[in-house]
Ligand binder design. Structure first.
Ligand SMILES: Nc1ncnc2c1ncn2[C@@H]1O[C@H](COP(=O)(O)OP(=O)(O)OP(=O)(O)O)[C@@H](O)[C@H]1O
Ligand SMILES: [Mg+2]
Length: 407
């Protein structure tokens, strides 16, 4: 079965090695990031109001001899992975997945090794052919696209950045960056000029004439990123692009992605098995287990309201006070609250509130809107409840969106 490595069509985003091995079977230990929630999320329009770029409904990918039968047979579809394999020899890598990737967001797909992340992201451009379900891009039926239209999609509209860079070893940095434009048929002078511009954007100036083998891992991945950016795609798809990099370089590259996203507002689908990376980059995170999306929400929702024991275990070591905002942790103000205490915006983290309350010597902080209107109060009990993990976060409309709810 060769499907996992994409088909043989050539384009900027296929025909490049993209298989991922060696991912750790457990979530990596969580370092303490200084700002887990991306600042970009605060100024952006409400994510739920933006139009979808990709829309998936009931999408399945089953590998194996009876693949087509599995999604349509409720008895088979309900089997757990081991039973399904024993009974049919099939693996359901993506099971009944439904969500929208909205314009301008960083949509993170997170999950342990083998949970179906790579399969899912490859289904978006049909590098892997979905077994059943519906998939649209900008409202257009991707599953109905003919080869020409599909090639168009892969060359112009969605570009992929792979874990192992997928660079051409005998070409210079500049020609690697220009590769996608070459595939598009752009003339040499024009594509090299465009590539030079993108090389500058990702901090590779001066290295244009080197070969990939003469670069560090981080630099090679910058080339991979530049190659994807050069075609100016509507969506960037990242499949664990930084997991081969050491932690400091990885951090640099994450900041690069955050910067690019802030500057360009390009839609991104970012696959990772690293929770810290997911929390740092994601506007929303879809958490996968055995091919299913078990929870979809903002970092704050995933950490503050894990949908089940699996998610709770996944986020167990996250410092909740750095992710959860006072807007989610506050209670309504009561008559006994008075008007003392520091004032905080609803987007302030619980960690910031703890510091503000401790410095003020007051019993609570006041959560106020932009015009100074009182929204609620976070008292010491609430703040401690978040740290201890005993506080129940309120259910909001945005919080309840799961794959199941969308169908
Ligand atoms: N071509 C294939 N044929 C059969 N099974 C496959 C194929 N490709 C993937 N699988 C299986 O599908 C499941 C999901 O694989 P996938 O590569 O999508 O996982 P992943 O979440 O990306 O894992 P990792 O973090 O290790 O990259 C796994 O059980 C895998 O063995
Ligand atoms: Mg993978």
């Amino acid at each position: 079965m060769s499907e996992g490595n994409g088909n043989s069509e050539s384009s900027a985003s296929d025909g490049v090695p993209g298989t991922d091995t060696g991912a750790s079977p457990r979530p990596e230990p969580v370092e303490v990031p200084e700002a887990l929630v991306t600042p970009a999320a605060a100024e952006a329009p409400e994510v739920s109001e933006r139009p979808p770029v990709f829309a998936l409904r009931g999408l399945w990918k089953v590998f194996g001899p009876q693949a087509d039968a599995v999604p349509h047979d409720p008895a088979l579809a309900a089997l757990d992975p081991a039973e399904l394999r024993a009974r049919t020899g099939c693996t359901a890598a993506v099971r009944d997945v439904s969500f929208d990737v909205r314009k301008g967001e960083v949509f993170v797909v997170m999950g342990l090794s083998g949970s179906g992340k790579s399969t899912l992201v490859r289904c978006l451009t049909r590098l892997i052919e979905p077994t059943s379900g519906a998939l649209t891009m900008d409202g257009e039926d991707v599953l109905a696209m003919d080869r020409t239209r599909l090639r168009e999609l892969r060359r112009h509209r969605a570009a992929m950045v792979f874990q192992h860079f997928g660079l051409l070893p005998h070409r210079s940095v500049l020609d690697n960056v220009a590769y996608g434009l070459e595939i598009q048929g752009m003339a040499r002078a024009e594509r090299r000029a465009k590539a030079a511009e993108v090389v500058g954007k990702v901090g590779l100036e001066g290295l244009e004439d080197r070969r990939p083998g003469q670069l560090s891992g981080g630099q090679q991945q910058r080339v991979g990123l530049a190659r994807a950016l050069a075609v100016d795609p509507q969506v960037l798809l990242f499949d664990e692009p930084f997991s081969a990099l050491d932690p400091l370089i990885r951090r640099d590259m994450q900041e690069e992605v955050i910067r690019l996203h802030r500057e360009e507002r390009r839609t991104m689908v970012f696959i990772t098995h690293d929770l810290t990376e997911a929390l740092r980059l994601g506007d929303r995170i879809a958490l996968m287990r055995d091919g299913r999306v078990v929870q979809l929400g903002t970092p704050e929702e995933i950490v503050g309201r894990p949908a089940d024991a699996y998610v709770r275990d996944f986020v167990r070591d996250v410092p909740r006070e750095q992710v959860i905002t006072v807007g989610a942790a506050m209670r309504a103000a009561g008559p006994g609250d008075g008007d003392a205490g520091p004032e905080l915006a609803p987007t302030a983290t619980v960690s910031e509130a703890i510091e503000a309350v401790a410095r003020s010597g007051e019993a609570a902080a006041r959560v106020v809107d932009g015009r100074g209107g009182l929204l609620g109060v976070v008292d010491r009990e609430r703040l401690l409840g978040v740290v201890a993990g005993t506080a129940r976060m309120p259910e909001t409309a945005r919080m309840s969106e799961t794959g199941t709810a969308l169908r």
